[in-house]
Write a protein that binds this ligand. Structure first.
Ligand code: NAD
Ligand code: DAU
Length: 351
C-alpha cells in the first residue's frame, strides 16, 4: 500500500461518500474508517465496499485517548481526514455536552496523536480537518463568507466546530503540524440521517406527515450535492496547500420554504400525486433557538487554485436525492427505530 489514510466519521453521511470515493479511486491506499457508530453512523452506508481489500473499518471513539493512540501505533498513518463529529444543530441546542466532547476534545486527541506519532517528521504527512460554514455566523441580505471572514459561531454546534478549527490552526503555528482545513456549506444527497431538513421532509412527504418548517421558512442555506463535497475533499487532500483553508459551497442559495415547495413538486411527480398535494403538508412550527438567517459561501479560492466546481444543478441533484430515498426504503426503515421516534416526539411534538 502506498499510503495509509485514516478517515474519521466514515460511517456517517459525508464520510461514507468520501470513503467510497477513496477506496474505489485509490486501490493502492489503505483506507481505515474509524467511527464510533453513534446514532448517526451506519455501516449500511458502506456495504458495497465493506469487503474491499484496501478498506478496513475500526469501531472506536475519538474521545478515548488511549484507543486513538493505539490505532496510530498500529497503522502508522500517512494522513488523517477528520470528519467525525456531532453534526446536528438542534441536538446541540438540547444537549451541548456531546458536541464539546466529540468536536473539541476528540479533535484534540487526534491532533495530539498525529503530533506524537509523526514525531516532528512531517514529510508526506497531512492532517485534514473538515469544518462548516456555520463558524462564520449569519449573513444579512448581502455578502458571502470568504476564507477571511471573522469567526462568529452562534450555536453550540458551530461554536464547537469553530473551537476545533482554532485548535487545528494552533497546532500548525505552534508545532508545525501540516494541516489543511475546509469549511463547507449544507450538503444533501443519499445516506443523510433523516433528522436534517431534506431527508426528513422526503420521509414525511412519503408518509403523508406534516413537514415542519421553522419560523417563517425565510432562512437561507447554500446547498451542495454530497458527491461534489467528496470530490473537493479528494482534491484538497491531494493538492491543497499546508496551512490553507478552502471554502466549499454550491453557489446555490435557497430559502427553506422555496426549497420545500420545489421538493414537494418533485415528490408529487414521483409518487403520482396531483400537483400541490404534498405542499399541503407544510406546517410552520416554533423557530429554532438562535436560528442563523443566511449562509452563502464564496468558493472562488478552491475553484481558482484547485480547479474544483460543483457538477450538478440543484434540481437534478434534488431529484437524484429523492430517487435515492425512494429506492432505499430498507435503509430508511432500519434507521427509523424507536430512538428516532423518541427524538422526533421530543423535537416536534412536545415543543
Ligand atoms: P453525520 O452526523 O452524518 O456523521 C458523523 C459521523 O461521526 C457518524 O458516523 C458518527 O458515528 C461519527 N461520530 C460521532 N461522534 C464520534 C466519536 N466520538 N468518535 C468517532 N466517531 C464519531 O455528519 P455529516 O453530516 O456527515 O458531517 C461530517 C462532517 O462534516 C462533520 O465534521 C460536520 O461538521 C461537517 N460538515 C457537515 C455538513 C453537512 O451539511 N452535513 C456541512 C459542512 C461540514
Ligand atoms: O451549513 C453547514 C451545516 O449544515 C452543517 O455544518 C451541519 O452539520 C448540517 O446539519 C447543516 O446545518 P443546518 O442547521 O443548516 O441543517 P438542517 O438540515 O438541520 O436545517 C436546514 C435549514 O432548515 C435550517 O434553516 C433549519 C431548517 N429546518 C430544519 C429542520 C430539521 C426546518 O425548517 N425544519 C426542520 O425540521
Amino acid at each position: 500500500m502506498s499510503k495509509t489514510v485514516l478517515i474519521t466519521g466514515g460511517a456517517g453521511f459525508i464520510g461514507s461518500h468520501v470513503v467510497r470515493l477513496f477506496v474505489n479511486k485509490y486501490a493502492d491506499y489503505k483506507i481505515v474508517n474509524l467511527d464510533a457508530l453513534t446514532y448517526a453512523g451506519n455501516l449500511e452506508n458502506l456495504t458495497d465496499v465493506a469487503n474491499y481489500s484496501n478498506y478496513e473499518f475500526v469501531k472506536g471513539d475519538i474521545t478515548d485517548i488511549s484507543f486513538i493512540n493505539s490505532i496510530f501505533e498500529k497503522y502508522n498513518f500517512d494522513g488523517v481526514i477528520h470528519l467525525a463529529a456531532e453534526s446536528h444543530v438542534d441536538r446541540s441546542i438540547s444537549d451541548p455536552g456531546a458536541f464539546i466532547n466529540t468536536n473539541i476534545l476528540g479533535t484534540v486527541n487526534l491532533l495530539n496523536a498525529a503530533r506524537n506519532y509523526w514525531k516532528g517528521n512531517f514529510k508526506g504527512k497531512r492532517f485534514y480537518h473538515i469544518s462548516t460554514d456555520e463558524v462564520y455566523g449569519s449573513l444579512g441580505d448581502d455578502g458571502m463568507f470568504t476564507e477571511d471572514t471573522s469567526y462568529d459561531p452562534r450555536s453550540p454546534y458551530s461554536a464547537s466546530k469553530a473551537s476545533s478549527d482554532h485548535l487545528v490552526r494552533a497546532y500548525m503555528h505552534t508545532y508545525k503540524l501540516p494541516v489543511v482545513l475546509t469549511n463547507c456549506s449544507n450538503n444533501y444527497g443519499g445516506n443523510q440521517f433523516p433528522e436534517k431538513l431534506i431527508p426528513l421532509a422526503i420521509n414525511n412527504i412519503k408518509n403523508n406527515k406534516s413537514i415542519p418548517i421553522y419560523g417563517k421558512g425565510k432562512n437561507i442555506r447554500d446547498w451542495l450535492f454530497v458527491n461534489d463535497h467528496a470530490n473537493a475533499i479528494d482534491l484538497v487532500y491531494h493538492k491543497g496547500k499546508n496551512g490553507e483553508t478552502y471554502n466549499i459551497g454550491g453557489n446555490n442559495e435557497w430559502q427553506n420554504i422555496q426549497l420545500i415547495y420545489k421538493l414537494c413538486e418533485i415528490m408529487d411527480l414521483k409518487l403520482g400525486r396531483e400537483n400541490g398535494e404534498s405542499a399541503k403538508l407544510i406546517t410552520f412550527v416554533k423557530d429554532r433557538a438562535g436560528h442563523d438567517m443566511r449562509y452563502a459561501i464564496d468558493s472562488s479560492k478552491i475553484q481558482k487554485e484547485l480547479g474544483w466546481k460543483p457538477s450538478l444543478e440543484f434540481e437534478e441533484g434534488l431529484e437524484k436525492t429523492v430517487d435515492w430515498y425512494l429506492d432505499n426504503e430498507t435503509w430508511l426503515n432500519n434507521i427509523l427505530s424507536g430512538k428516532y421516534e423518541q427524538y422526533y416526539e421530543e423535537q416536534y411534538v412536545k415543543r
